[in-house]
Design a protein around this ligand. Structure first.
Ligand code: SAH
Length: 248
């Protein structure tokens, strides 16, 4: 049985397969290539596996025929638990910054990432496969037990009408009436939250008007400076986790 600190350095992989004691697990061809050629792993070496449902298991490489790697789940290390019920609803922005936002939102524990197409959104397409791969890698690295759900882009109107009544929309507004973020989040009673972030050009006037109609909508200011959308996402998510989420 590995000592805890050794386990921490054991590679982690997200797998689709069910995980249970003694359960054989096949990994994808890409994962097999990664284990064999990048991590240079050998039979009998250990890995940590999670699938978003069954917690985290210590697994061993059983054999490595041709280009496959066959594992066996041996021991449950952690029970499955959920991240707080926090959504990030953000307009897609320039690729590098959007990829960065996806990675940071995953590390910061969002449950759902909902791209929103707004009037000033330049990038109208999201490469679902690329974004999912980024989220999986960030989940593996950050020791999450699940992958954030990444939804297909919708327009702000489609998202807002009808808005789920039990979820508080927190709109990040660099202009107009807004409450200092710390003060607004401190007062939050309902943990079910969505944080909304606009595109490089910000939300349009009519979008602010639409958002103001949402019941319980809160408009927050993230300080006096204009942040890039990815910076705003990190700032708002961090503050929320510290005040309302699982950093407490
Ligand atoms: N409209 C601004 C830029 C928008 S920045 C301009 O023209 O320069 C992109 C998004 O980040 C905004 O839509 C907002 O959601 C968020 N954001 C940036 N700075 C912010 C601040 N100081 N307070 C709240 N939200 C902010």
């Amino acid at each position: 049985m590995e000592k805890p600190e050794k386990i921490r350095h054991t590679p982690r992989l997200f797998v689709k397969a069910d995980l249970a004691m003694g359960q054989p697990v096949r990994v994808t061809d890409d994962q097999a290539h990664y284990l064999r050629h990048v991590m240079r792993m050998k039979p009998d070496e250990a890995l940590r596996l999670f699938n978003g449902r069954d917690g985290e298991f210590l697994a061993r490489i059983d054999d490595m025929p041709k280009n496959a790697v066959n594992l066996v789940a041996e021991k449950e290390l952690r029970k499955q638990h959920r991240v707080p019920d926090l959504w990030l609803c953000a307009a897609p922005i320039k690729k590098a910054h959007f990829d960065y936002m996806i990675e940071k939102a995953t590390e910061l524990g969002v449950a759902v990432i909902q791209p929103i197409l707004t009037a000033r959104t330049q990038i109208r397409e999201v490469n679902a496969e690329r974004v999912r791969a980024i989220a999986i890698e960030a989940a593996e690295q950050s020791e999450r037990l699940d992958i954030p759900e990444i939804r297909a882009p919708v327009t702000l109107k489609e998202l807002a009408v009808p808005w789920p009544v039990d979820r508080i929309p927190i709109v990040c507004a660099e202009l107009g009436a807004a409450v200092p973020a710390y003060q607004a989040m401190q007062a939050l009673a309902n943990p079910k939250t969505a944080i909304l972030i606009g595109p490089e050009g910000g939300f349009a006037e009519e979008e602010f008007a639409l958002l103001h109609q949402l019941p319980q909508a809160i408009f927050i200011r993230l300080g006096p400076r204009i942040l890039r959308a990815d910076t705003a996402a990190i700032a708002a998510l961090s503050l929320w986790q510290a005040l309302c989420g699982d950093w407490k």
